[in-house]
Ligand binder design. Structure first.
Ligand SMILES: [Zn+2]
Ligand SMILES: [Zn+2]
Length: 227
């Protein structure tokens, strides 16, 4: 495992006092401190993909709670680790939200370190998709230092196991991308538990773990008599 620099990077975020941003570059690096340096190349190749990785790894998912009384649309996952009382200091009043909104926000909570690790894992997976751009050697070595050797064409949908093509990122239906970040267990946001999934597969999985989802499908197939 690569040892990271961990130097505090000052930011203007209102949540700075909850968790300072930290440099994720290898310890002893020469260039300027950076939190997402390994996304710089992808940002040039396809900006939306780099932004998606950053957003999905660090923010709660945007749901239908866009209005004031329904709660924040997207919020940093580590902020959701604070207690209801602590959150009032940031003008987030959980007691005013519907219980199911609170539950949804709370289950997306994750530590800063887990979010950083998820972002690296997703980047490692993107570069292994069919037709993905090749990473600069420095980026490849950095990511391989965490998750092992990269093999092109290796990344599959975590649910249906079909190979994922990088071009799926630019395909969208009714504004929704065809590829989404998925979780083996929807309530755990860490590197071991995340991957990419077809939008359709992710919707089908819903709030189940992947194993629960497979068992459910197996039951249907048996009852229908297909097996
Ligand atoms: Zn640094
Ligand atoms: Zn799939």
């Amino acid at each position: 495992m690569i040892e990271i620099c961990n130097e505090v990077i000052s930011s203007r975020s209102a949540y700075e006092s909850v968790q300072p941003r930290r440099c994720q570059m290898p310890k002893g690096h020469s260039r300027k401190h950076s939190e997402f340096h390994y996304l710089d190349h992808l940002r040039i190749e396809q900006k939306s993909v780099a932004e998606k990785i950053k957003r999905d790894s660090t923010m709660t998912t945007g749901a239908a709670w866009k209005s004031e009384e329904a709660g924040p649309n997207r919020i940093l996952r580590w902020v959701m680790l604070l207690s209801d009382t602590e959150l009032t200091r940031y003008n987030i009043r959980m007691e005013n939200l519907k219980p199911q909104v609170v539950a949804k926000l709370r289950e997306k909570a994750a530590t800063y370190d887990n979010c950083m690790s998820v972002a690296r894992k997703l980047t490692w997976l993107v570069y292994q998709m069919e037709d993905a751009p090749r990473p600069p050697q420095e980026v490849q070595e950095y990511l391989e230092g965490f998750f092992g050797e990269m093999k092109w064409g290796n990344t599959t949908c975590i649910i249906c196991k079909e190979k994922l093509n990088f071009a799926l990122f630019s395909k969208a239906q009714r504004g929704k991308a065809e590829i989404e970040t998925g979780h083996i267990s929807p309530r755990e946001h860490n590197a071991e538990n995340v991957g990419f999934a077809h939008r359709e597969c992710n919707i089908a999985q819903g709030n189940k773990t992947i194993q629960e989802f497979y068992n459910w499908i197996r039951g249907i197939i048996q009852r229908v008599g297909l097996f």
